[in-house]
Design a protein around this ligand. Structure first.
Ligand SMILES: [Zn+2]
Ligand SMILES: [Zn+2]
Length: 144
């Protein structure tokens, strides 16, 4: 777990972004709630700052994603979710029933999935792999 002493201001400055309270609050929310969707993040930011518009939080999330401070994932059929674990090409396992998302490390360590069998001349920098299934809770509920 990431410690709660996360220095959002430092991260923002490191990414050449102006430090604003909504940015720090949203960044902290994503660090503390990996794979949270936008609505949940808005809820957490509001607990922190009081009334903040949806649009303001959307804009902040977009800026943080563009700056590479957070990563946006969107499993098909799911809403967008955000996480602070960036730059390691990890994958996700998604529950078909409840939508729970967990991290899965790359299968062989160094990003082998980036080695496409045919890259069509692209400079590939990311491979998106999503494993689908039922989480433990949902499969247990089904079998009992
Ligand atoms: Zn589930
Ligand atoms: Zn993740």
């Amino acid at each position: 777990m990431v410690s709660t002493t996360l220095n959002g201001e430092q991260l923002l400055r490191g990414a050449a972004l102006h430090v604003t309270r909504p940015r720090v609050a949203a960044l902290t929310a994503v660090y503390e709630h990996p794979h949270a969707d936008t609505e949940s993040i808005i809820g957490v930011v509001r607990e922190d700052l009081g009334e903040v518009s949806h649009q303001a939080v959307y804009d902040v999330l977009r800026a943080l994603t563009a700056a590479g401070l957070i990563r946006r994932i969107q499993p098909s059929g799911s809403v967008a979710r955000y996480e602070s674990r960036v730059g390691d090409n990890h994958h996700h396992v998604v529950c078909r029933s409840c939508g729970f998302v967990a991290d899965v490390d790359c299968a062989v360590g160094t990003t082998p999935c980036l080695t496409a069998s045919d890259d069509h001349g692209f400079a590939i920098d990311e491979a998106e792999v999503t494993y689908w299934g039922l989480c433990l809770g949902c499969s247990t509920a089904l079998s009992s």
